[in-house]
Design a protein around this ligand. Structure first.
Ligand code: B12
Ligand code: SF4
Length: 483
């Protein structure tokens, strides 16, 4: 029996599009969900993983599979449905799963023979049995899995084409930011995999650098931190100290023992959500956590960097409290905190989030021709009405941030600072690549925005703008087929 597991791409994502920016080859990460699914698949199935981010295969030339499984973040959904249609037309049953199919189950059911909601560990075996018997049910509710049932991912199925290997040690996050799908998907749980399982899986990864895909690697409570320390100690003991990067909350800075162990275990970079430079902004997105203990961000960032770990900060523009000048304010805050790179995203109502429910009830979601418009839910496009900013103004603020933060002198200043303060060449290189690729991607996004603005969007609120035409202009300029 032949099974294809497919990760669709999204033609309007610059972040992981190698064709647009060669530096993005450092930012194309393995679709770990599909590698886990392959790990759950019994040996009588011959599994092929297809990651469209590495290029589309010649589907026609591939042998016909018995079953196709497709994953999708929301922004990948339109392409996922195209691939599903192609296989269903050829008489191959298609199963969809992942975060988008979970939150938009009925929509996914229109495009697939079966949908798996939630995590796959408890139901994938049944799906495969039913597929063999040509008796697929329409919906399989995976719910949340016990973490000791997560198999080692099949890292071997996508060899040699990625700079980063991926591994997951926890699922969920103890916090609940309004814009984030993680807590909605995980029902507010924060679950740890057995340390021994993670260690076993780390041994299977061939790549020289690893991304811990955990949304919050260290958690917030004492017992969470204890788990992280146990994990790092085991990694050190077992000699599994290849360089790695991770996502954490700012409390990473508060425990020197944790930082020391993380650094010794190979940590070179931490991605931290600062979200907003203002107290009101943090309150508006439900991230009061960042305000606890009278936090001094500059000192916290320094404490992390002192361990040779670079800090990449993430911010959001378009929060209800954001006004003109927010781009400049974020650039100043990011420089003030002393972070090594920063990423600014546009507030986006992702399905399943509190933000989506709020914006929908207020009639503020503008890009709502689904499923077509999902491709803009990349956090780099405006898709809603923003309280104090028109789309044009929002884009100007994003551009203003980039001009200030990613100017050549600023990048040079940061790199000199890093070179003086870290003895790790690898940390330096990671930060350099992050800066250069963010800079290049911002310019790509700007080309898109510029084309929209030159097309003539007046500086009016998107309620008065035909948002559909705006987006279509963008796509025509990028040669998007079918528009
Ligand atoms: C690593 C990661 C990335 C990597 C991508 C790696 C990759 N190719 O998968 C990078 C950095 C490139 C990335 C990019 C983006 N990401 Co991202 N990313 C993640 C992260 C942190 C981990 C994903 C992961 O590996 N999880 C571990 C695996 C094991 O879990 P899983 O994928 O959910 O799979 C399980 C189930 O869902 C299910 N399942 C999944 N697929 C399938 C398929 C079938 C057939 C079946 C049966 C079951 C099934 O079974 C699996 C095992 O139980 C998640 C957060 C999260 N917790 O998922 C965010 C997340 C998925 N990303 C998110 C977003 C928004 C993005 C971006 C759009 C924006 C951005 N700037 O970050 C971009 C664009 C991506 C694109 N191609 O369009 C959102 C998605 C929300 C949504 N509704 O779409 C998430 C949830 C984060 C968040 N805070 O909300 N991301
Ligand atoms: S801290 Fe990060 S992962 Fe956790 S809910 Fe907030 S944005 Fe999501």
């Amino acid at each position: 029996m032949r099974l294809y597991l497919i990760n669709p791409d999204n033609p309007v994502v610059s972040l992981n599009n190698v064709r647009w920016n060669r530096l993005n080859k450092y930012r194309v990460w393995k679709p770990l969900g599909l590698c886990v699914l392959a790990g759950l698949t019994p040996p009588e199935w011959e599994v092929t993983l297809i990651d469209e981010n590495l290029g589309h295969p010649d589907y026609e030339g591939l042998p016909k599979p018995d079953l196709v499984g497709i994953t999708a973040f929301t922004s990948q959904a339109p392409r996922a449905y195209e691939v599903a249609a192609m296989y269903r037309a050829a008489g191959v049953p298609v199963v969809m799963g992942g975060i988008h199919a979970t939150f938009c189950r009925n929509e996914a059911l229109e495009h697939a023979d079966a949908v798996v909601t939630g995590e796959a560990e408890s139901v994938w075996g049944q799906v495969l049995l039913d597929a063999r018997l040509h008796a697929l049910r329409r919906v399989y509710q995976g719910g949340l899995s016990a973490t000791d049932t997560i198999p080692p991912a099949r890292h071997d199925l996508l060899p040699g084409r990625y700079y980063f290997g991926s591994v997951q040690t926890t699922r969920g996050c103890p916090l609940s930011c309004s814009f984030c799908s993680v807590t909605a998907f995980n029902g507010g749980t924060y679950r740890h995999r057995p340390v021994a399982d993670v260690i076993q899986e780390l041994r299977l990864i061939q790549e020289k650098i690893i991304l811990f895909v955990d949304d919050n690697l260290i958690g917030t409570r004492e017992d969470h931190l204890k788990y992280s320390k146990d994990l790092f100690r085991s990694m050190i003991r077992e000699g599994l100290t290849r360089p790695w990067i991770c996502q954490v909350t700012i409390n990473f800075a508060d425990d020197d023992e944790l930082l020391e162990l993380a650094a010794r275990a190979g940590c070179q970079g931490a991605f931290i959500g600062f979200e907003s430079p203002t107290v009101e902004g943090l309150m508006a997105v439900g991230k009061k956590f960042n305000l606890q203990k009278g936090r001094d961000f500059r000192k916290s960032v320094r404490r992390i960097q002192r361990h040779g770990i670079c800090v990449v900060g993430s911010f959001i523009i378009g929060i209800d409290t954001d006004q003109r000048g927010i781009g400049e304010m974020i650039a100043r805050a990011a420089n003030g905190y002393g972070i090594d790179a920063a990423n600014v995203l546009i507030l986006t109502p992702l399905p399943g989030t509190k933000l989506y429910a709020q914006m929908e009830s207020e009639g503020r979601i503008r890009s709502n021709e689904y499923p077509k418009d999902w491709k803009y839910y990349t956090l780099t496009y405006p898709v809603a009405s923003y309280k104090h900013l028109t789309w044009a103004e929002l884009v100007e603020e994003v551009n203003c941030f980039s001009d200030r933060f990613y100017s050549c002198p600023q990048i040079l200043r940061r790199m000199l600072h890093l070179a003086r303060n870290t003895r790790s060449l690898k940390t330096f290189l990671i930060a350099l690549v992050a800066n250069l690729s963010y800079r290049a991607n911002q310019f790509l996004d700007r080309q898109i925005y510029a084309s929209e603005l030159s097309w003539g969007e007046p500086r009016t609120s998107p309620t008065e703008v035909e948002s559909k035409s705006l987006i279509e202009t963008t796509l025509v300029l990028h040669g998007e087929p079918g528009v």
